[in-house]
Structure formats: C-alpha cells, structure tokens
Ligand binder design. Structure first.
Ligand SMILES: [Zn+2]
Length: 145
C-alpha cells in the first residue's frame, strides 16, 4: 500500500485510536504522553501507549504496545502507522521503534505523525530507516557459506 492509498477514514481512525491511547499513557517521569496506532493487513486498528518505569530503561514505547496488540489479534503486517506525542510538535518513532516497525512494514508503508493539535508530515518506512535490517535478510539462510 502506498501512502497515497490511505483513505481519509483510515487516517482518521488511526488518529482517533492513537489519541485515545495517548490519554492512557503511563508517563509519570517524562510527562511526555505518546500514542501509536497500527492499521493491520485485515483493516483493523491497534493502539498502544508509552509505559514508563522507575527503572528507566525498562519503559516501553507506544509503538511497541501497538505492535504487540496487532500480533495478539492475529495481524501479520502493518499497512500504516501513526504516532502522536505531547505538545504542539509532531514526533516520529524513536530509533528502536523504527527497527520494531521494520519487522512488520514494507518500505513504502506510510508512517504518519501528529501533535496534540494537528497532523504532521507523512513518511515511509524506508525514509525513517533507510537500508534497514529486516526479516528478509534472514530468509533462505541457515547454511554455512
Ligand atoms: Zn520508541
């Protein structure tokens, strides 16, 4: 699916789900609430929020939660992703989440961004993680060179 083929309804569903998830984020340390939503290969939307931890590195990002929800529901591929952060500035997935998303996204999968007040620019998976390592690199391997 190209970025252009994402309908307005699908975009709105992603934004609504991500913002609803954002409101439930657990971010007592950073106060930076993040919501993410994934449109799966069956047209369903799955959301996640960031969940911080007193042991800081153990916190998890919203995108990780959304992907986990997708996998739990039987989704296998992400057709589009949206992430929304706190404040007036749009955000993109962090480096670790770009790798997490790469597992389930095609190079042209649209990654939408938003702030509390407006949509931000739209990227593709390949723009956010050029030359990224993915499952295709591990296929048909297993024999010694
Ligand atoms: Zn992240």
């Amino acid at each position: 699916m190209s970025a252009r083929s994402l309908s307005k309804d699908q975009q709105q569903a992603l934004l609504d789900a991500a913002r609803a998830a954002q409101l439930k984020a657990y971010a007592p340390y950073s106060k930076f609430l993040v919501g993410a939503a994934v449109l799966d290969d069956q047209g369903r939307v799955h959301a996640g929020c960031n969940v911080e931890n007193a042991a800081y590195p153990e916190g998890v990002c919203a995108e990780a939660g959304a992907l986990s929800a997708m996998v739990l529901a039987g989704g296998q591929r992400a057709r589009a992703v949206l992430v929304v952060g706190t404040g007036g500035e749009w955000i993109t997935p962090c480096g670790g989440c770009r790798q997490r998303l790469r597992e389930f996204c095609a190079p042209d999968t649209p990654i939408l961004t938003a702030s509390d007040v407006a949509m931000g620019p739209q990227f593709t998976m390949a723009q956010l993680l050029p030359g990224g390592f993915g499952p295709d690199h591990l296929e048909a391997k297993g024999t010694k060179p």
